[in-house]
Ligand binder design. Structure first.
Ligand code: GSH
Length: 198
């Protein structure tokens, strides 16, 4: 399998970590959606990452579709999101909260790529409020610390990304449970195998 994208994307990183955790071998093609947009579009016309190219050449686009496939390959015992029922709904709720926060942090980082005079502080404020609301919800979750699955992977990768683009939203001590959970995750071999670019 080939994973297209760089680990500075929380969505690419959550896929890379999931592949490592499940022990599924893959090669990473760390293409940039900006400086290498043409090459990315040759693989996936949408020009977004992550993209996963399967051994038979089938192309999966979007981390949700990719992770769904990985869980299918992993099987019922190892899958990272439960297949059904209340446990699945609960984990999906957490994952959607975390991906929502990641989406908003990405919006802020793209806004900041625009010329300074064209940037909207109202728009950035709105995104910051949404991220803070999601972080507050996630802090209220029961993080066991013993189990590494998709809720932890997606939340920890989102936190690392928010810390990069909006560090003020994650002042030390603001979300102690999330900080502890994410620190444990970042020490796990699957996370260490997918480092954030410096
Ligand atoms: N919903 C998508 C979001 C992916 C996403 O936002 N990717 C960003 C990189 S972090 C991207 O490709 N941006 C380029 C663009 O949207 O043009 C997923 O879960 O994969």
């Amino acid at each position: 399998m080939k994973l297209i994208g760089r680990y500075d994307s929380p969505f690419v990183r959550r896929v890379g970590i999931s592949l490592h955790l499940l022990g599924l071998p893959f090669e990473q093609l760390p293409l940039s959606v900006f400086s290498q947009a043409t090459e990315v579009r040759k693989i996936s016309p949408l020009g977004r990452v992550p993209v996963l190219v399967l051994p038979d050449g089938e192309v999966l686009v979007d981390s949700v579709a990719i992770l769904d496939h990985l869980d299918e390959i992993a099987g019922p015992e190892r899958r990272l999101i439960p297949a059904e029922g209340a446990a699945r709904r609960q984990i999906l709720r957490t994952v959607v909260m975390a991906t929502g926060a990641a989406d908003k942090a990405i919006v802020i980082s793209y806004e900041r790529r625009r010329p300074a005079q064209e940037q909207s502080s109202d728009w950035v404020d709105r995104c910051q409020i949404q991220i803070a609301a999601a972080l507050g919800e996630l802090e209220g979750e029961a993080w066991s610390g013993a189990h590494l699955a998709q809720a932890e992977i997606t939340t920890a990768t989102m936190l690392a990304y928010v810390r990069r683009v909006e560090p003020a939203l994650l002042a030390p001590g603001t979300y102690p449970k999330l900080e502890k959970m994410a620190a444990d995750c970042e020490n796990h071999s699957a996370f260490l195998a997918c480092p954030l670019p410096t």
